[in-house]
Design a protein around this ligand. Structure first.
Ligand code: ZN
Length: 288
């Protein structure tokens, strides 16, 4: 077991995030930003990973697979892990029923199986949020792990089922499920800091670029020093991180991480499988 593991992940939203999350409708310039992710950002990142021989997990909505099948096929053909990111890029809490939510993930699973030959076992919610049904649905559909939640920073843990959060009673954390969580953070993500979205805020997406990479480096260094066998999960988007000179900054960050002894790069599926097999210790949560 290495001293630290780095999981580089890409949410390959392409145009789905503009259609389904920001609801820009038929706005060709907005939609073209997603096309850029498929045409320009994705191949640039695949080349970067090929150059360094570093694995990655790509979370791909079914909408992206049906819109850009050749590009998603290329991600698989070049050896990278592809997992589920819903079909439309919507918040799970917006589904009318559990059946509707489940049917959408089943459609997305079929898309991935058509590309990879096997159904996905990992999930990242399009909105990084669950509905009250999502965990049960993942369990019913055979998913083994998730990477959407934030109950830890650098340690995996098992998600909780049957939790409750009433307004006028204490929070009940629920019971341990069989789904492994490999947590993420808005502070280890590129979209809020680096992607300007007119509909959200005039200030969104105009962070100083170097400071974003400095923050990621500082978080990694802290984990390396303080957390035994920590997992550093970085969540990025081809249409955001694929813009120059960010790919160069990313390569510099990779070089910084690689220079430390005992650091390995892994896809999230590998890490989650190690937790499930007992090779990697999950974080013990309250009540375990
Ligand atoms: Zn997404």
């Amino acid at each position: 077991m290495s001293d630290a593991t780095v999981c580089l992940t890409y949410d390959f939203d392409a145009v789905s995030v503009w259609i389904h999350t920001f609801e820009v409708g038929n706005a060709p310039t907005q939609l073209s930003r997603g096309v850029y992710g498929a045409w320009v950002g994705a191949p640039r990142l695949l080349d970067l990973h090929d150059r360094h021989g570093i694995p990655a997990t790509w979370f791909v909505p079914g909408h992206t697979i049906e819109s850009f099948p050749e590009r998603v096929g290329e991600v698989h053909d070049r050896g990278y892990d592809i997992q589920c990111h819903g079909w439309r890029h919507v918040n799970p809490s917006t589904f009318d029923s559990k059946e509707d939510e489940k049917a959408e993930y089943e459609r997305a699973m079929t898309n991935i199986e058509d590309i990879t030959g096997s159904p996905p076992v990992g999930f990242r919610s399009p909105a990084w949020e669950f509905s009250t049904h999502t965990l049960d649905i993942l369990d019913e559909l055979g998913f083994e792990w998730d990477s959407s939640q934030m109950g830890n920073d650098f340690r995996p843990y098992y998600l909780r089922k049957n939790w409750s959060a009433p307004q006028d009673k204490p929070y009940e954390i629920g019971e341990k499920s069989d789904i492994v969580e490999v947590p993420i953070s808005w502070k280890r993500a590129d979209f809020p800091a680096l992607m300007f979205v007119w509909e959200q805020s005039i200030l969104w997406g105009f962070a100083d670029e170097r400071s974003v990479f400095d923050l990621w480096r500082a978080q990694f260094d802290w984990m390396y020093e303080h957390v035994e066998n920590g997992i550093f999960t970085l969540a990025m988007h081809p249409q955001v991180i694929g813009q120059p000179p960010r790919t160069t900054r990313l390569e510099e960050l990779i070089g910084h991480m690689r220079a430390k002894p005992g650091v390995e790069f892994a896809d999230v599926s590998t890490v989650a499988a190690e937790v499930r097999s007992g090779d990697r210790e999950p974080m013990a949560m309250l009540g375990d």
